[in-house]
Design a protein around this ligand. Structure first.
Ligand code: ZN
Length: 414
Protein backbone atom coordinates (compact mmCIF):
# COMPACT_ATOMS: atom_id res chain seq x y z
CA UNK A 1 0.00 0.00 0.00
CA UNK A 2 1.52 3.39 -1.00
CA UNK A 3 2.39 5.87 1.79
CA UNK A 4 -0.07 8.76 2.11
CA UNK A 5 1.18 11.95 0.48
CA UNK A 6 0.95 15.42 2.10
CA UNK A 7 0.36 18.78 0.37
CA UNK A 8 3.95 19.31 -0.70
CA UNK A 9 4.44 15.81 -1.95
CA UNK A 10 6.10 14.59 1.26
CA UNK A 11 4.81 11.38 2.75
CA UNK A 12 3.17 11.91 6.17
CA UNK A 13 6.05 10.24 8.01
CA UNK A 14 8.61 12.27 6.06
CA UNK A 15 6.58 15.40 6.68
CA UNK A 16 6.48 14.77 10.42
CA UNK A 17 10.22 14.22 10.29
CA UNK A 18 10.69 17.50 8.36
CA UNK A 19 8.47 19.38 10.84
CA UNK A 20 10.21 18.00 13.88
CA UNK A 21 13.57 18.90 12.36
CA UNK A 22 12.28 22.45 11.74
CA UNK A 23 10.95 22.60 15.30
CA UNK A 24 14.25 21.39 16.68
CA UNK A 25 16.35 23.65 14.49
CA UNK A 26 14.38 26.82 15.23
CA UNK A 27 13.34 25.79 18.76
CA UNK A 28 9.70 26.70 18.19
CA UNK A 29 7.68 26.93 21.37
CA UNK A 30 4.11 28.11 21.67
CA UNK A 31 2.32 29.14 24.86
CA UNK A 32 -1.41 28.78 24.22
CA UNK A 33 -4.29 30.55 25.86
CA UNK A 34 -2.33 32.49 28.50
CA UNK A 35 -3.23 35.80 30.10
CA UNK A 36 -0.39 38.08 28.97
CA UNK A 37 0.79 40.92 31.22
CA UNK A 38 3.65 42.33 29.17
CA UNK A 39 3.76 44.28 31.66
CA UNK A 40 0.67 45.91 30.11
CA UNK A 41 -2.44 43.81 30.59
CA UNK A 42 -3.01 42.33 27.13
CA UNK A 43 -5.79 39.75 27.58
CA UNK A 44 -5.71 36.06 26.68
CA UNK A 45 -3.10 35.41 23.99
CA UNK A 46 -0.93 32.84 22.26
CA UNK A 47 2.80 33.55 22.35
CA UNK A 48 5.11 32.06 19.72
CA UNK A 49 8.80 31.75 20.56
CA UNK A 50 11.37 31.06 17.83
CA UNK A 51 14.87 30.19 19.03
CA UNK A 52 15.71 32.77 21.72
CA UNK A 53 13.20 35.45 20.69
CA UNK A 54 9.52 36.23 20.98
CA UNK A 55 8.20 35.90 17.41
CA UNK A 56 4.45 36.67 17.70
CA UNK A 57 1.76 37.48 20.21
CA UNK A 58 -1.72 36.94 18.77
CA UNK A 59 -5.23 35.99 19.83
CA UNK A 60 -4.74 32.60 18.12
CA UNK A 61 -1.64 31.10 16.55
CA UNK A 62 -2.14 27.77 14.79
CA UNK A 63 0.81 25.61 13.84
CA UNK A 64 0.88 21.91 12.88
CA UNK A 65 1.07 20.01 16.17
CA UNK A 66 4.46 18.55 15.52
CA UNK A 67 6.00 21.85 14.46
CA UNK A 68 6.23 23.42 17.88
CA UNK A 69 6.47 22.33 21.48
CA UNK A 70 3.26 23.53 23.13
CA UNK A 71 2.65 24.74 26.65
CA UNK A 72 -0.97 25.04 27.71
CA UNK A 73 -1.17 28.43 29.39
CA UNK A 74 -4.75 28.03 30.63
CA UNK A 75 -5.02 29.36 34.18
CA UNK A 76 -1.56 30.93 33.92
CA UNK A 77 -0.38 34.53 33.57
CA UNK A 78 2.62 35.15 31.31
CA UNK A 79 4.86 37.96 32.56
CA UNK A 80 8.34 39.08 31.46
CA UNK A 81 11.28 37.24 33.09
CA UNK A 82 12.46 39.10 36.18
CA UNK A 83 15.58 41.31 36.20
CA UNK A 84 17.63 41.44 39.40
CA UNK A 85 20.06 44.36 39.20
CA UNK A 86 22.07 43.73 42.36
CA UNK A 87 23.30 40.23 43.21
CA UNK A 88 26.55 39.14 44.82
CA UNK A 89 26.86 36.19 42.43
CA UNK A 90 30.32 35.24 43.71
CA UNK A 91 29.18 35.58 47.33
CA UNK A 92 29.74 38.47 49.69
CA UNK A 93 29.94 39.14 53.37
CA UNK A 94 32.88 38.33 55.59
CA UNK A 95 32.23 41.16 58.05
CA UNK A 96 32.44 38.68 60.93
CA UNK A 97 35.66 36.99 59.76
CA UNK A 98 36.41 34.41 57.10
CA UNK A 99 33.79 31.94 58.31
CA UNK A 100 31.09 34.54 57.54
CA UNK A 101 31.87 34.79 53.80
CA UNK A 102 28.67 33.93 51.94
CA UNK A 103 28.40 31.31 49.16
CA UNK A 104 28.14 31.80 45.39
CA UNK A 105 24.76 31.92 43.67
CA UNK A 106 23.38 28.67 42.21
CA UNK A 107 21.55 29.11 38.91
CA UNK A 108 18.72 26.98 40.34
CA UNK A 109 17.97 29.65 42.97
CA UNK A 110 17.66 32.29 40.27
CA UNK A 111 15.36 30.08 38.18
CA UNK A 112 13.17 29.21 41.18
CA UNK A 113 12.80 32.96 41.74
CA UNK A 114 11.77 33.60 38.11
CA UNK A 115 14.95 35.61 37.49
CA UNK A 116 16.19 35.40 33.92
CA UNK A 117 18.56 38.40 33.98
CA UNK A 118 21.08 39.18 36.72
CA UNK A 119 23.59 41.97 37.27
CA UNK A 120 26.45 40.79 39.50
CA UNK A 121 28.54 43.02 41.72
CA UNK A 122 31.27 42.76 44.33
CA UNK A 123 30.46 43.48 47.98
CA UNK A 124 32.30 44.67 51.10
CA UNK A 125 35.22 42.32 50.49
CA UNK A 126 37.17 43.43 47.41
CA UNK A 127 40.31 41.55 48.45
CA UNK A 128 39.35 37.88 48.42
CA UNK A 129 36.64 38.51 45.78
CA UNK A 130 37.75 39.91 42.43
CA UNK A 131 36.25 41.35 39.27
CA UNK A 132 37.94 38.54 37.30
CA UNK A 133 36.06 36.04 39.46
CA UNK A 134 32.83 38.01 39.02
CA UNK A 135 33.20 38.01 35.23
CA UNK A 136 33.94 34.26 35.19
CA UNK A 137 30.90 33.51 37.39
CA UNK A 138 28.67 35.68 35.18
CA UNK A 139 29.84 33.74 32.12
CA UNK A 140 29.15 30.47 33.93
CA UNK A 141 25.59 31.46 34.82
CA UNK A 142 25.01 32.56 31.22
CA UNK A 143 26.16 29.13 29.99
CA UNK A 144 23.69 27.57 32.43
CA UNK A 145 20.80 29.43 30.79
CA UNK A 146 20.19 32.89 32.27
CA UNK A 147 21.39 36.29 31.01
CA UNK A 148 24.07 38.02 33.04
CA UNK A 149 25.89 41.31 33.27
CA UNK A 150 28.28 42.78 35.84
CA UNK A 151 29.20 46.06 37.45
CA UNK A 152 32.85 47.03 37.43
CA UNK A 153 34.32 48.83 40.44
CA UNK A 154 34.02 47.93 44.08
CA UNK A 155 32.60 48.83 47.48
CA UNK A 156 35.73 50.80 48.39
CA UNK A 157 37.37 53.73 46.60
CA UNK A 158 39.76 53.82 44.73
CA UNK A 159 37.78 51.38 42.64
CA UNK A 160 38.92 47.99 41.43
CA UNK A 161 38.79 47.55 37.66
CA UNK A 162 39.64 44.82 35.14
CA UNK A 163 41.50 46.86 32.53
CA UNK A 164 42.84 49.68 34.72
CA UNK A 165 39.95 52.11 34.30
CA UNK A 166 36.18 52.13 34.68
CA UNK A 167 35.85 53.77 31.27
CA UNK A 168 37.86 51.04 29.53
CA UNK A 169 35.98 48.28 31.36
CA UNK A 170 32.69 49.70 30.08
CA UNK A 171 33.97 50.13 26.54
CA UNK A 172 35.98 46.92 26.14
CA UNK A 173 34.16 44.27 28.19
CA UNK A 174 30.71 43.34 26.90
CA UNK A 175 29.36 42.14 30.25
CA UNK A 176 30.26 45.34 32.11
CA UNK A 177 27.24 47.67 32.05
CA UNK A 178 27.69 49.79 35.17
CA UNK A 179 29.75 50.58 38.24
CA UNK A 180 29.42 49.62 41.87
CA UNK A 181 28.17 48.98 44.40
CA UNK A 182 30.10 51.89 45.93
CA UNK A 183 29.44 52.34 49.65
CA UNK A 184 28.40 55.76 50.98
CA UNK A 185 27.01 56.86 54.35
CA UNK A 186 28.21 53.58 55.88
CA UNK A 187 30.81 52.75 58.53
CA UNK A 188 32.16 50.06 56.18
CA UNK A 189 32.72 52.53 53.30
CA UNK A 190 36.18 53.88 52.47
CA UNK A 191 34.88 57.38 53.30
CA UNK A 192 35.45 58.72 49.77
CA UNK A 193 35.33 62.47 49.16
CA UNK A 194 32.57 64.04 47.11
CA UNK A 195 35.14 64.87 44.40
CA UNK A 196 36.14 61.22 44.16
CA UNK A 197 32.51 60.17 43.66
CA UNK A 198 31.99 62.95 41.08
CA UNK A 199 34.97 61.78 39.06
CA UNK A 200 33.83 58.15 39.18
CA UNK A 201 30.35 59.14 37.97
CA UNK A 202 31.84 61.28 35.19
CA UNK A 203 34.05 58.43 33.98
CA UNK A 204 31.14 55.98 34.17
CA UNK A 205 28.98 58.39 32.18
CA UNK A 206 31.57 58.83 29.43
CA UNK A 207 32.37 55.10 29.24
CA UNK A 208 28.69 54.22 29.19
CA UNK A 209 27.96 56.70 26.40
CA UNK A 210 30.86 55.51 24.26
CA UNK A 211 29.87 51.86 24.72
CA UNK A 212 26.12 52.42 24.28
CA UNK A 213 25.52 51.19 27.83
CA UNK A 214 23.94 52.77 30.88
CA UNK A 215 27.16 53.19 32.89
CA UNK A 216 24.91 53.63 35.91
CA UNK A 217 26.66 54.00 39.28
CA UNK A 218 25.11 51.67 41.83
CA UNK A 219 25.44 53.31 45.25
CA UNK A 220 25.09 51.32 48.46
CA UNK A 221 23.62 53.56 51.14
CA UNK A 222 24.24 52.67 54.75
CA UNK A 223 22.58 53.82 57.95
CA UNK A 224 24.77 56.93 58.25
CA UNK A 225 23.14 60.33 58.76
CA UNK A 226 24.53 61.77 55.50
CA UNK A 227 22.13 59.59 53.50
CA UNK A 228 21.81 60.87 49.93
CA UNK A 229 23.64 64.14 50.56
CA UNK A 230 26.64 63.39 48.32
CA UNK A 231 24.43 62.45 45.38
CA UNK A 232 22.18 65.50 45.87
CA UNK A 233 25.22 67.80 45.90
CA UNK A 234 26.86 66.20 42.83
CA UNK A 235 23.61 66.58 40.87
CA UNK A 236 23.25 70.22 42.02
CA UNK A 237 26.90 71.28 41.60
CA UNK A 238 28.05 69.39 38.47
CA UNK A 239 26.60 68.60 35.05
CA UNK A 240 26.06 64.94 35.97
CA UNK A 241 22.33 64.11 35.82
CA UNK A 242 20.50 62.18 38.54
CA UNK A 243 19.93 59.29 36.08
CA UNK A 244 23.65 58.45 36.39
CA UNK A 245 23.04 57.08 39.89
CA UNK A 246 21.06 54.20 41.26
CA UNK A 247 21.02 54.48 45.07
CA UNK A 248 20.08 51.17 46.65
CA UNK A 249 18.93 49.86 50.07
CA UNK A 250 16.82 53.03 50.34
CA UNK A 251 14.11 51.23 52.35
CA UNK A 252 16.59 50.41 55.14
CA UNK A 253 15.24 53.12 57.49
CA UNK A 254 12.47 55.71 57.56
CA UNK A 255 14.77 58.76 57.27
CA UNK A 256 16.58 57.44 54.20
CA UNK A 257 13.28 56.39 52.66
CA UNK A 258 11.80 59.89 53.12
CA UNK A 259 14.82 61.54 51.49
CA UNK A 260 14.62 58.97 48.64
CA UNK A 261 11.00 60.06 48.01
CA UNK A 262 12.28 63.60 47.34
CA UNK A 263 15.17 62.28 45.23
CA UNK A 264 12.75 60.25 43.07
CA UNK A 265 10.25 63.13 42.81
CA UNK A 266 13.08 65.22 41.32
CA UNK A 267 13.68 62.56 38.65
CA UNK A 268 16.23 60.25 40.31
CA UNK A 269 16.03 56.46 40.24
CA UNK A 270 15.71 54.62 43.55
CA UNK A 271 16.22 50.93 44.27
CA UNK A 272 14.65 48.95 47.13
CA UNK A 273 16.27 45.83 48.59
CA UNK A 274 13.95 42.85 48.91
CA UNK A 275 16.09 40.57 51.11
CA UNK A 276 15.43 41.14 54.78
CA UNK A 277 14.98 39.40 58.13
CA UNK A 278 12.41 40.08 60.88
CA UNK A 279 14.79 41.92 63.22
CA UNK A 280 15.77 44.39 60.46
CA UNK A 281 12.07 45.19 60.09
CA UNK A 282 11.75 45.53 63.88
CA UNK A 283 14.68 47.98 63.78
CA UNK A 284 12.92 50.28 61.28
CA UNK A 285 13.54 48.82 57.83
CA UNK A 286 10.44 49.22 55.64
CA UNK A 287 9.28 46.00 53.99
CA UNK A 288 9.78 46.40 50.24
CA UNK A 289 6.17 45.82 49.21
CA UNK A 290 4.93 48.36 51.79
CA UNK A 291 7.65 50.85 50.79
CA UNK A 292 6.48 50.59 47.17
CA UNK A 293 2.90 51.44 48.11
CA UNK A 294 4.03 54.34 50.30
CA UNK A 295 6.28 55.75 47.59
CA UNK A 296 3.52 55.55 44.97
CA UNK A 297 1.13 57.25 47.43
CA UNK A 298 3.72 60.03 47.83
CA UNK A 299 3.26 60.79 44.13
CA UNK A 300 6.47 59.21 42.83
CA UNK A 301 6.15 57.88 39.27
CA UNK A 302 6.58 54.10 39.26
CA UNK A 303 9.09 54.50 36.39
CA UNK A 304 11.64 55.82 38.93
CA UNK A 305 11.54 52.69 41.11
CA UNK A 306 13.24 49.30 40.90
CA UNK A 307 13.62 46.33 43.25
CA UNK A 308 16.76 44.21 43.58
CA UNK A 309 17.41 41.29 45.91
CA UNK A 310 20.98 41.88 47.19
CA UNK A 311 21.05 38.08 46.81
CA UNK A 312 24.00 36.17 48.35
CA UNK A 313 25.01 39.40 50.11
CA UNK A 314 25.42 39.20 53.84
CA UNK A 315 22.92 40.96 56.00
CA UNK A 316 25.05 41.71 59.04
CA UNK A 317 23.45 42.94 62.22
CA UNK A 318 25.68 45.36 64.15
CA UNK A 319 25.11 46.68 67.67
CA UNK A 320 25.33 50.39 68.53
CA UNK A 321 29.11 50.19 68.89
CA UNK A 322 29.57 48.60 65.45
CA UNK A 323 30.17 45.06 66.77
CA UNK A 324 28.73 42.26 64.63
CA UNK A 325 25.82 40.52 66.37
CA UNK A 326 24.82 38.09 63.60
CA UNK A 327 24.61 37.55 59.87
CA UNK A 328 22.20 36.06 57.34
CA UNK A 329 22.41 35.56 53.56
CA UNK A 330 20.30 37.52 51.04
CA UNK A 331 17.93 35.46 48.85
CA UNK A 332 17.24 36.14 45.17
CA UNK A 333 13.84 34.45 45.59
CA UNK A 334 12.78 37.42 47.77
CA UNK A 335 12.53 39.54 44.57
CA UNK A 336 9.27 37.99 43.37
CA UNK A 337 7.99 37.38 46.93
CA UNK A 338 8.00 41.15 47.56
CA UNK A 339 6.31 42.01 44.23
CA UNK A 340 3.73 39.32 44.93
CA UNK A 341 3.11 40.82 48.40
CA UNK A 342 2.79 44.25 46.77
CA UNK A 343 -0.06 42.86 44.66
CA UNK A 344 -1.78 40.54 47.15
CA UNK A 345 -1.31 42.53 50.40
CA UNK A 346 -0.73 46.14 49.34
CA UNK A 347 -3.28 45.90 46.48
CA UNK A 348 -1.01 47.44 43.85
CA UNK A 349 -2.14 46.33 40.34
CA UNK A 350 0.03 43.53 38.94
CA UNK A 351 0.93 45.52 35.83
CA UNK A 352 2.23 48.37 38.02
CA UNK A 353 4.12 46.26 40.58
CA UNK A 354 5.68 44.08 37.87
CA UNK A 355 7.43 47.06 36.32
CA UNK A 356 9.90 47.39 39.20
CA UNK A 357 11.50 44.02 38.29
CA UNK A 358 10.96 44.04 34.49
CA UNK A 359 10.51 47.18 32.39
CA UNK A 360 12.08 49.68 34.81
CA UNK A 361 15.43 47.92 35.40
CA UNK A 362 15.58 47.10 31.65
CA UNK A 363 15.20 50.80 30.83
CA UNK A 364 17.56 52.18 33.47
CA UNK A 365 20.22 49.55 32.75
CA UNK A 366 19.74 49.99 28.94
CA UNK A 367 18.96 46.29 28.44
CA UNK A 368 17.29 46.82 25.09
CA UNK A 369 15.76 43.36 24.45
CA UNK A 370 14.71 42.68 28.04
CA UNK A 371 11.86 43.53 30.39
CA UNK A 372 8.86 43.14 28.07
CA UNK A 373 7.00 40.39 26.25
CA UNK A 374 7.17 41.87 22.79
CA UNK A 375 8.04 40.54 19.30
CA UNK A 376 11.80 40.76 18.72
CA UNK A 377 12.58 40.78 22.45
CA UNK A 378 14.40 37.97 24.26
CA UNK A 379 12.04 35.11 25.08
CA UNK A 380 12.32 35.50 28.86
CA UNK A 381 8.93 34.58 30.32
CA UNK A 382 7.61 33.56 33.73
CA UNK A 383 4.28 31.76 33.96
CA UNK A 384 2.42 32.49 37.19
CA UNK A 385 -0.50 30.54 38.62
CA UNK A 386 -3.48 32.85 38.28
CA UNK A 387 -4.99 32.14 41.70
CA UNK A 388 -1.88 32.23 43.93
CA UNK A 389 0.60 34.21 41.77
CA UNK A 390 3.20 31.55 42.51
CA UNK A 391 5.77 30.70 39.85
CA UNK A 392 4.78 27.71 37.68
CA UNK A 393 7.27 27.84 34.79
CA UNK A 394 10.33 29.80 33.72
CA UNK A 395 11.56 30.28 30.15
CA UNK A 396 14.89 31.97 29.54
CA UNK A 397 16.01 32.93 26.02
CA UNK A 398 13.47 30.45 24.64
CA UNK A 399 14.56 27.52 26.79
CA UNK A 400 12.21 26.07 29.42
CA UNK A 401 14.23 25.97 32.65
CA UNK A 402 11.36 25.21 35.05
CA UNK A 403 7.98 23.56 34.38
CA UNK A 404 5.22 23.12 36.96
CA UNK A 405 7.75 23.93 39.70
CA UNK A 406 10.26 21.28 38.55
CA UNK A 407 13.70 22.50 37.56
CA UNK A 408 14.69 21.20 34.13
CA UNK A 409 18.14 22.82 34.17
CA UNK A 410 19.58 22.28 37.60
CA UNK A 411 23.05 23.68 37.03
CA UNK A 412 26.33 21.95 36.54
CA UNK A 413 27.01 20.83 40.12
CA UNK A 414 23.55 19.85 41.37
ZN1 ZN B 1 25.02 46.92 49.52
Amino acid sequence: MPAMTGKRGLTCSKRRCFESELSHRFMLLIIKNTEAVTPQSSGVRDILIAAEKIAHIEDHIELPLSLAETIDGTGLIAVPGFIDGHVHITGGGGEGGFHTRTPELLVSDAVRGGITTIVGCLGTDGTTRSLAGLLAKARGLEAEGISTFICSGSYGVPLQTITGSIEKDLILIDKVIGVGEIALSDHRSSQPSIDEISRIAAEARRGGMLAGKSGVVNVHLGDGPRGLQFLERIIAETEIPSSQFLPTHINRNRKLFESAVGFAQRGGYVDFTTSTVPHFLDDGEIKCSTALRQMLESGVNVNQISFSSDGQGSMPDFDASGMLKGLTVGRVTSLWEEVRDAVLIEKIPLETALRVITLNPAKLLHLRRKGEIRPGYDADIVLLKKDSLTIDSVISRGKVLMRHGDLLAKGTFE
